[in-house]
Design a protein around this ligand. Structure first.
Ligand SMILES: Cc1cc2nc3c(=O)[nH]c(=O)nc-3n(C[C@H](O)[C@H](O)[C@H](O)COP(=O)(O)OP(=O)(O)OC[C@H]3O[C@@H](n4cnc5c(N)ncnc54)[C@H](O)[C@@H]3O)c2cc1C
Ligand code: FES
Length: 268
């Protein structure tokens, strides 16, 4: 029987430095037969360590997967030094991912803050390429400042098809720039009185998810219409070690995507 903890080596195809600390890696990958938007992979480097990273995009036919990795510590600092043709060790995909059937033919709103865009980017790109997969998509994307904006070219493309609000916490004086937290722009959306077709996805730092969800509660969106993605510290990623456990919930298995009815407790 295969040992699930043993990762396989994969070659990096392309490296794009998006900001001073965030890099996009395209890596050869062959385990995507049942991959879902919002799942994550355990990435490791020998003698350094392992960390969970969201699958930010993938292409099954072309055999690649992409990761947006923020340099924050032991493992990610070393990953930051990798170049095209270097090797990364991967195991997964893991986690529940988004169940797209929840959003099909619905009015979907995605609110993402900073690198919170990573776990939803593949879904946005899918909707972009598959007209009619949702009824309507609204995007509210927030970044710290102009130099922190990720996937600028893709956002410019998304704007052509979806109502897209791009905002920065700290403005740089550029004409037309939207300044403020994503939460401030939720009231700018035109949301129908009948919310039966509405679904909301919020991804970002816990404090941002908490206050964004409260804004939707204020306009009478019921909790079961809201979905969140969590980044808990993990170790095994397969429900064995208990590292990610909060009460009876295993974030690695039951998440990282949670309906707000359950996720609300994880935010406190
Ligand atoms: C499901 C999931 C998906 C993720 N997706 C991405 C992604 O797409 N891109 C990305 O850059 N990062 C992502 N992360 C976070 C990433 O796993 C951590 O940044 C990484 O483990 C840090 O490892 P390190 O050895 O470089 O840092 P360490 O040296 O271990 O830690 C550096 C600092 O980061 C803190 N830290 C470590 N892990 C986490 C965590 N999970 N949450 C909050 N703080 C943490 C530590 O407490 C410490 O302060 C994800 C995490 C999870 C659980
Ligand atoms: S990370 Fe080991 S149980 Fe979830």
């Amino acid at each position: 029987m295969d040992n699930i903890y043993i990762p396989k080596p994969y070659k990096i195809i392309k490296v794009d430095r998006l900001t001073d600390i965030e890099t996009l890696y395209r890596v050869e990958f062959d385990n995507m037969s049942e991959i879902k938007f919002g799942q994550f992979i355990q990435i490791s480097l020998p003698k350094i360590g392992e960390c969970p990273i969201s699958v930010t995009d993938f292409n099954v036919e072309e055999g690649w997967i992409e990761f947006l990795i923020r340099k924050v510590g032991k493992v990610t600092d070393q990953i930051f030094n990798l170049k095209a043709r270097d090797i990364m060790y991967l195991r997964g995909p893991y986690g529940n991912g988004f169940d797209f059937s929840n959003y099909e033919n619905k009015n979907l709103i995605i609110v993402a803050g900073g690198s919170g865009l990573a776990p939803v980017r593949s879904m946005i790109n899918y909707i972009y390429k598959h007209a009619g997969s949702v009824k309507k998509l609204d995007l509210i994307l927030g970044f710290k400042d102009t130099s922190s904006i990720l996937f600028k070219d893709e956002i410019d493309n998304w704007r052509k098809k979806f109502n897209t609000i791009l905002t920065v916490d700290k403005g740089s004086g550029i004409k037309g720039e939207k300044v403020g937290f994503v939460t401030e722009y939720i009231s700018h959306l035109s949301i129908e009185e009948d919310k039966s077709d509405l679904e909301i996805i919020i991804v970002g730092p816990p404090v941002m998810m908490k206050y964004a969800a409260i804004e939707f509660e204020k306009i009478k969106v019921s909790d079961d219409k809201i979905w969140l993605s969590f980044e808990r510290k993990m170790s095994c990623a397969v429900g064995k070690c208990g590292h990610c456990k909060i009460d009876e919930i295993y974030v690695c298995l039951d998440g990282p995507i949670f309906n707000y009815t359950k996720g609300k407790k994880l935010l406190d």
